[in-house]
Each structure stands twice: as structure tokens, then as C-alpha cells.
Design a protein. Structure first.
Length: 198
């Protein structure tokens, strides 16, 4: 009770969606007020992503699992933003707010072969599900609602070591292994297939 009163006395919401909405003001310049993203600056749509996933990614940036490789410029920009969420409850609150936003499904931008991608996706489905809705237990996000350009970029980051190459990043390392056999055209094909699951 004292914590809530103390936070209210300072003019800062205690926790939850109200605090998350306040904190999201620093996210909006890149990700948009509606969380719909901005591909021009490689800021993906994040609205409606599950709270557990947003929390995990923010914690990953803070821990240095993401956003420390020279070839990952968007990640390098994002890491200081995650580090700034340094008060107790900040990450959980902003993640809860992002999860409360209506998902923004942006149009496809790539020209991959969805038919060829369907065969490749059988490996992805083990963790991300046949519907692409993900699995919290396996730390697998709902990729079906992510931008196609963002998915390809992340597959490339995993394959070339800009992501999933830091000791302690168990789930990232698992994902990196799964990308090693994928060519860039194959990445576009599998992402084209993922777009058909919407």
C-alpha cells in the first residue's frame, strides 16, 4: 500500500498498463504511437505481442544477448532504450501495455515462394506451431504477426552471429543453430509462407 501511495505521490503510476503507457512514450518515436513500427528505421511492429515475449526481449537487450553486435544497427539503437527501463516494474509494465495494443498486421514486402517455404517451415513448426502462434514454454514468439522484413533480418542475424551467439542465451543459440542451413532466398521463402498463416 505504501509503495502505491508513494508512487502516486510522486506523480508516477505504480505499475501496470498505466505506467506502461507512460513509459511507451519513449518507444513511440520508433515503433509508432500504435506500436505499428516503422520499416524505414528498421523498427518492427510490436503491438499485441505477448507480454512474456516483450519482457524477454527487453531483458535480452539489457543483458547484452541482443543489441551488442556491430552488424545489428537497429539492435544497437534498441539496447540503450531497454537499459533505461531500470526501475522495478518498468519492463513488466511497458510489456503489459504493448501486449494490450491491437496487433498491426502490415502488408507483405517480400517476394518469396510460399510453396517452397511451407516445406522449410516444418522445422519451424516444432517450436512456433503449425499456426505460427508460438509457444511460451519454448520461448517461441508468435511469428505470424511479425513484419516479413523483420523476420528475414532476424534469421540473418541468427545465421551470421549478430544474434544468438552470446553465452547464456540458450534460446537464441537454439535458434541460431536452426538457421545455419538456410540461404537468404530460403529465408524469404519460409517468411512468405508464414505470411499465409495470418
Amino acid at each position: 500500500m505504501l509503495l502505491v501511495l508513494g508512487a502516486a505521490a510522486c506523480g508516477r503510476p505504480a505499475t501496470g498498463v498505466a505506467l506502461g503507457e507512460e513509459l511507451f512514450d519513449t518507444c513511440a518515436p520508433c515503433h509508432g504511437a500504435n506500436g505499428g513500427g516503422n520499416p524505414v528505421i528498421a523498427a518492427p511492429a510490436i503491438a499485441g505481442l505477448p507480454q512474456w515475449y516483450v519482457e524477454a526481449q527487453l531483458e535480452g537487450f539489457k543483458a547484452g544477448f541482443r543489441g551488442r553486435h556491430a552488424d545489428d544497427l537497429p539492435g544497437l539503437r534498441m539496447r540503450p532504450m531497454a537499459v533505461s527501463l531500470n526501475r522495478e516494474g518498468d519492463i513488466q509494465s511497458v510489456a503489459e501495455y504493448v501486449a494490450s495494443l491491437t496487433a498491426v498486421l502490415t502488408p507483405s514486402t517480400l517476394q518469396g515462394n510460399a510453396g517452397a517455404g511451407a516445406e522449410i517451415y516444418t522445422l519451424c513448426a516444432v517450436c512456433h506451431g503449425t499456426d505460427g502462434l508460438g509457444n511460451e514454454v519454448l520461448h517461441s514468439p508468435p511469428i505470424v504477426q511479425m513484419d516479413d522484413w523483420y523476420l528475414v533480418r532476424q534469421l540473418q542475424n541468427f545465421k551470421y552471429g549478430a544474434r544468438g551467439a552470446v553465452a547464456g542465451d540458450t534460446w537464441g543459440i537454439t535458434m541460431q543453430v536452426n538457421t545455419l542451413a538456410l540461404s537468404d532466398p530460403a529465408m524469404e521463402d519460409v517468411v512468405a509462407y508464414i505470411q499465409t498463416l495470418r
